[in-house]
Design a protein around this ligand. Structure first.
Ligand SMILES: *Cc1c(COP(=O)(O)O)cnc(C)c1O
Ligand code: SF4
Length: 465
């Protein structure tokens, strides 16, 4: 019998633990501080609105701002004449319809409206306007070109995008679907993607006829605008298709009007019914939402996120990278950590698409690469978003790092998408303002522009061979 080895002495409880990592002060963990003050009372018209009233869907809907005129009325006493004039000019050139929830309107810091990150996403200013990129087209992602039936894009092998409707609870300046969502503005005549039984029936029929499709994104427009009966109608119809294993409802609603999500709300109950039935059928039904800045998340968002969590409903987030909104490492870090704290999984950060009238919001691919570097390692890998470029012309989402070639001087990046469209090259173009004056001049000259593009494509082919 051998003697058991002498155990290493264990420190007794009264001995201090040596902390190898420096302590972190609570203030440095700002993502945990979700405001619960009466922030809406800064808006004169909402000064007497109670928390109970503010937190109702009905009140939020009734007080949504849907015209530049009404917007100016709301904040007239908080901003300068100069700012009011700037907003008027901005709306005159904006190709988007206007809609902003009182929740968002109240979260804007009206004492610094020029730099506020929420203002930048929803209210265009004349003074910030930048000329569109010379190669911008309205449907830059080719969603219509990849649509076998109107409003159903089948680009990837096993998944499809179903644009169920064309309205949203807010209208974002940066929206990729500005070719379809919102009312027609003077600038743009839209493609119709209204919620229609006949159009939905054709989309569902297409999905039934395609056993290769396992995954559906229900978007629009925005699923917050689907009536509870429509949530169920689409949800149950998809659950009934044997080869569909998972689908997501895409809605910005959770980010811009979280107060709606309360037990008993018919929309929430409809989602829950579909998720629960999906679970029994071993199918995954989740929600994808869209926070872009940490200021968008408050105590109301925490209550909303907890409600979904208690019901076992997964919520993931997709952000759009925007200049002056979330393009600095500290802000992006705060957003990612805050979402993680709320049990909302940061899934994607999209490099801003080429969208009319939003050139001032775009950033470069290299910005995305830098941000990713700063974030990876700061939290769980599954809460670290992938930075993606939705390649022009329908190549689909590509990891921003995966370019075949990227010339930071001309701002041209070249991607391939072997599993989507083999043998094709796809490009993305950095905004001109980040390029040198002489390269900017080249972009505005059709011949020299073509030469830059040809040279980038050639370099990519050379890299790949
Ligand atoms: C984004 C998208 C999807 C879903 O892609 P994921 O990478 O799975 O989020 C599906 N179809 C289209 C056309 C898309 O743009
Ligand atoms: S809510 Fe979504 S679909 Fe609607 S305008 Fe905003 S980004 Fe576009």
């Amino acid at each position: 019998m051998t003697a058991s080895p002498t155990p290493t002495p264990v420190a007794s409880d009264d001995q201090p633990i040596v902390h190898l990592k420096p302590r972190v002060e609570p203030d440095a963990m700002a993502w945990r501080n979700l405001r619960r003050d009466a922030f809406w009372q800064q808006i004169p018209a909402f000064a007497d609105v109670s928390a109970e009233e503010f937190a109702t869907f009905k009140w939020q809907e009734k007080n949504a701002v849907t015209s530049p005129k009404r917007l100016v009325e709301r904040v007239r006493d908080l901003v300068s004449d100069e700012f009011v004039e700037d907003v008027r000019k901005g709306f005159a050139i904006a190709p988007m319809a206007v809609r902003i929830s009182p929740y968002l309107l109240s979260l804007i810091d009206w004492s610094s409206p020029y730099t506020d990150p929420i203002r930048r996403q929803f209210l265009p200013l004349g003074s910030e306007h930048q000329a569109d990129h010379p190669l911008l087209t309205l449907d830059s992602l080719h969603e219509q070109g990849d649509a076998p039936v109107p409003g159903l894009t089948h680009r990837y092998p096993d998944k499809a995008l179903f644009l169920a409707l064309d309205t949203c609870p807010v209208y974002c300046r940066f929206c990729t679907r500005s070719y379809a969502v919102g009312l027609d503005t003077e600038e743009v005549e839209k493609v119709s993607l209204k919620a229609s039984k006949a159009r939905w029936a054709r989309a569902l029929r297409y999905l039934r006829e395609r056993p290769d499709i396992e995954d559906v994104v229900i978007s629009g427009g925005d699923a917050y605008r689907l009536k509870p009966a429509q949530i169920k109608e689409i949800g149950h119809a998809l659950l009934d298709i044997p080869h569909i294993r998972r689908f997501r409802y895409a809605t910005k609603g959770l980010a811009i009007m979280p107060v709606r999500i309360k037990p008993g709300d018919p929309w929430l109950e409809a989602i829950t019914e579909v998720v629960d039935r999906g679970r029994k059928l071993h199918k995954e039904v989740v929600i994808h939402t869209h926070f872009n800045h940490p200021n968008e998340a408050t105590g109301f968002s925490q209550d909303m996120a907890n409600t979904f969590f208690e019901r076992g409903i997964t919520v993931r987030n997709q952000s759009v990278l925007q200049r002056g909104v979330n393009d600095d490492p500290a802000t992006m870090q705060l957003l990612v950590k805050r979402l993680g704290w709320l049990n909302i999984q940061p899934y994607y950060v999209y490099v801003h698409d080429l969208v009319r009238g939003t050139e001032d919001l775009r950033t470069t691919v290299s910005t995305a690469l830098e941000l990713e570097k700063g974030i990876r390692g700061s939290t769980a890998g599954f809460n670290t978003p992938t930075f993606v470029v939705d390649a022009l012309g329908g190549g689909g989402k590509r990891d921003a790092h995966s370019f075949e070639f990227y010339n930071r001087e001309t701002g041209v990046s070249v991607y391939t998408a072997p599993s989507v469209k083999a043998d094709q090259l796809f490009m993305y173009f950095d905004p001109l303002r980040d390029l040198s004056p002489s390269v900017q001049a080249d972009w505005n000259d059709p011949k020299r522009r073509q030469a830059m593009i040809d040279s980038a494509l050639e370099s990519a082919r050379r890299e790949m061979s």
